[in-house]
Design a protein around this ligand. Structure first.
Ligand code: SF4
Length: 292
């Protein structure tokens, strides 16, 4: 039994039909991965987006993603889409290029909104103006990587900005009525339940619109893998993760839309935890814990 607000239901209520997010690689990079910066510890060389069609135009990527759904037989004629700019930092470019890319996505058939994943230190005033403009045209939300509100963890994973920067960005977006989503991770090195719940309370206190919770997964093509080999740390069991998530859902108290409760790792790249591949089992365990 699921008794908390989830994105798919929110979208059905808003658009009166099924809406699916299509991940896109907008061809951006990330300021945390250039000029000798190595990126967040867990970031892969695809910029945390393993399921996009890199190198194709935005409209071709959208068509290829639609085809992929068709092949998976979850496509039907009464479906529309949110274009999801996923890989790397999707506001890290000139305003002209950003406008061009967002507009390209919005002009594709059956696209009814945009989701843009970015860093809070990559939305300057000019870009904020552009986002305001886009927000007036379509259904928009901005996904911001927080991972943890523990500043020591932020340093360890080399996130590259402090919580004050995150808060400022969230406030600026909210002042312009732009929806915000926090991306957080449970299971980061040295963290415990206490850290997870503090992070959830922090996101809630900022009045954000949505939240994505992932279990930390170690991909073989990341620095996190090398870190783990030389500094092994506790990897959450499925039981520990689902316990922490169900408690977090109680903390959220239906005030945020839940966009995700599991991670999404490419099977061949996954080192640990293997249980994270069975997403349905993770969700059903969370729901079972919430129902007792
Ligand atoms: S901000 Fe995103 S793209 Fe940049 S290094 Fe961190 S996870 Fe990777």
């Amino acid at each position: 039994m699921q008794a908390y607000p989830i994105l798919s239901e929110y979208l059905i209520k808003t658009f009166n039909k099924k809406i699916v997010k299509l991940p896109i690689d907008g061809g951006f990079t990330c300021p945390n991965r250039i000029n000798n910066k190595k990126g967040c510890l867990f970031c892969s060389d695809t910029g945390s987006g393993e399921f996009t069609y890199k190198g194709y135009s935005i409209s071709d990527q959208i068509e290829l993603q639609k085809k992929r759904l068709e092949n998976k037989k979850i496509y039907n004629r009464d479906i529309s889409y949110i274009a999801y700019f996923q890989n790397f930092t999707n506001t890290y470019d000139s305003v002209e290029n950003l406008r061009y890319k967002y507009t390209q996505a919005l002009s594709c058939k059956d696209i009814v909104g945009l989701a843009i994943a970015t860093r809070p230190d990559c939305i300057n005033n000019e870009i904020l103006e552009l986002l305001k403009e886009i927000n007036n045209l379509t259904h928009l939300w901005i996904e911001l990587g927080l991972q943890s509100s523990n500043e020591n963890t932020a340093e360890l994973i080399e996130r590259g900005y402090n919580n004050q920067v995150f808060e400022l960005c969230v406030n600026n977006l909210h002042l312009n009525s732009i929806k915000t989503v926090a991306h957080i991770i449970f299971g980061l090195p040295n963290e415990t339940d206490e850290d997870y719940y503090k992070t959830v309370y922090y996101v809630k206190s900022l009045g954000m619109w949505g939240i994505k919770i992932h279990s930390l997964y170690i991909q073989k093509n990341t620095r996190l893998y090398a870190y783990y080999i030389s500094n092994p740390f506790h990897i959450l069991s499925r039981n520990e993760y689902t316990e922490a998530v169900s408690e977090s859902i109680k903390i959220l108290d239906n005030q945020l839309i839940i966009h995700r409760l599991t991670g999404d790792c490419e099977k061949s790249l996954l080192f640990e935890p293997k249980w994270s591949l069975d997403k349905l089992k993770v969700i059903s365990e969370i729901n079972r814990k919430l129902s007792v």
